[in-house]
Ligand binder design. Structure first.
Ligand code: HEM
Length: 408
């Protein structure tokens, strides 16, 4: 629940009677996003006693201002100032400076553009091998599930390989991701279902954050090297490995899945990409804008702040609708249209400010390699059967995307 003194601000923030975590909303949030943006720059959602913003300008403002809008009280609905986090807090995502800076410096170094140059070759080879196998299956007339056979397979191979994880049991990463991202929302059915396996999955994850389970030299081991150098304690190291394992797989799975959906729904754009596979980066970026894998994150007000003329008292939760900001007509011409020729730069799909996604170089590399590989191999990618959704309190996710791939 919010702090007590929300009365004044209610006069200026329109109250909107919706549940952004209901099945209907999550199934197709876009009409509600339009309504929220139209209602005002800041709205009040009585169902949860929270402020929210769906416009690009205010989402940008909230995420850029880590002094007034803090992360250490949680980036989900729960306010850690008032309730205990369901798991030990993340040392990076759920932290403010100076603690955040310490952790961020280490992860940003490990995931620097230079690192990406090192892993590029192996990531490219894995993309080629996977697409080659799918091309054979497609040539036999098989319908390919873009999620189960592609979007889940690739990140589950390349990223844990780079972290230095063994092959067995990697499906736990998807289950863990589903749980973590559901846990940013309320304690609804989705969370209850995801949490059914919480014990074995969390045990597997925590066991695999230990140094003995990580290949020397991999991203995970590099965190322990930072601990050896005294940058963080030995006890903090597994917690930072956990950040890789929570944030590095389910996000890219859905980034890739949503990109495949956009391309298969827009044959003209796909034809253009097929003609010129160097547009893969732009196509991935545009799909992140239009169908953002991460739809929401929260902040908590550190003190009473003013947002677009609305006073938000101290210790209130503010919901930033990233997926709605990315379709704000105040920011983008024809925002509902998938257009790989636009400059999608400035979208909020990776957040912005000091917490802006530290893994975006990796995500972009995966997106570019998969989309350019598809573009080179296939003349057409078409939806063979209706896709089905996997609802999640935070992620925009598909359960399946049956595709017909036609060789070039
Ligand atoms: C398409 C894929 C991805 C999307 C859409 C995405 C999205 C995001 C967003 C929106 C944030 C901001 C959180 C906030 O402001 O509170 C974030 C932060 C973060 N991401 Fe990603 N992410 C992706 C891939 C990755 C990958 C591959 C990794 C790991 C290599 C990763 C690791 C992280 C971490 C550790 C943070 C916390 C950064 C901080 O608090 O300073 N992400 N991500």
């Amino acid at each position: 629940m919010p702090a007590s003194s929300t009365i004044d601000s209610l006069a200026t923030a329109p109250s909107i009677d919706i549940d952004p975590f209901s099945t209907e909303f999550l199934d197709n949030p876009y009409p509600s996003y339009a309504l929220l943006r139209e209602a005002g720059p800041v709205v009040w959602i009585p169902k949860y006693g929270i402020f929210a913003t769906a416009r690009h300008e205010q989402v940008h403002e909230v995420l850029s201002d880590h002094v007034n809008y803090i992360s250490s009280a949680g980036v989900g609905l729960a306010n850690f100032n008032m309730e205990t986090p369901f798991r030990p807090k993340s040392l990076i995502l759920e932290a403010d400076p100076p603690d955040h800076t310490r952790a961020r410096t280490i992860l940003a170094r490990i995931l620097s553009p230079k690192t990406v140059m090192h892993v590029r070759e192996s990531f490219a080879k894995e993309a080629d091998d996977l697409l080659e196998r799918l091309a054979h299956a497609a040539a036999r007339g098989e319908v390919i599930d873009g999620i189960k056979q592609l979007a889940e397979v690739y990140p589950l191979k390349v990223f844990p390989d780079a972290v230095g994880l063994e092959t067995e049991g990697r499906e736990n990463l998807l289950l863990y991701g589903d749980m973590i991202f559901n846990a940013f929302g309320p304690r609804n059915e989705l969370l209850a279902k995801a949490a059914e396996k919480v014990q074995p999955v969390t045990s597997w994850i925590m066991a695999h954050c230990q140094r003995s389970m990580l290949r020397p030299g991999g991203f995970g081991d590099q965190i322990y090297q930072a601990a050896d150098a005294g940058e963080i304690s030995q006890e903090e190291a597994p917690m930072l490995v956990r950040s890789f394992l929570s944030a590095g797989v389910d996000t890219t799975v859905n980034g890739l899945g949503n990109a495949l959906l956009c391309l298969s729904q827009n044959p003209q754009s796909y034809a253009q990409l097929h003609q010129d596979p160097t547009l893969a980066r732009a196509a991935f970026e545009e799909s992140l804008r239009l169908e953002s894998a991460v739809q929401t994150f929260f902040r908590t007000t550190e003190k009473s702040v003013e947002l677009a003329g609305v006073t938000i008292p101290k210790n209130n939760k503010v919901l930033a609708f990233l997926g709605a900001a990315n379709r704000d007509e105040r920011q983008w011409p024809e925002p509902e249209r998938f257009n790989i020729n636009r400059r999608a730069t400035g979208h909020m799909a990776f957040g912005t400010g000091i917490h802006g996604c530290v893994g975006q170089v990796i995500a972009r590399l995966e997106g570019e390699l998969i989309l350019s590989g598809i573009a080179r191999r296939f003349k057409r990618i078409e939806i063979a059967n209706p896709p089905s959704r996997r609802l999640n309190n935070t992620l925009r996710a598909l359960a399946s995307l049956p595709l017909r791939l036609t060789a070039a």
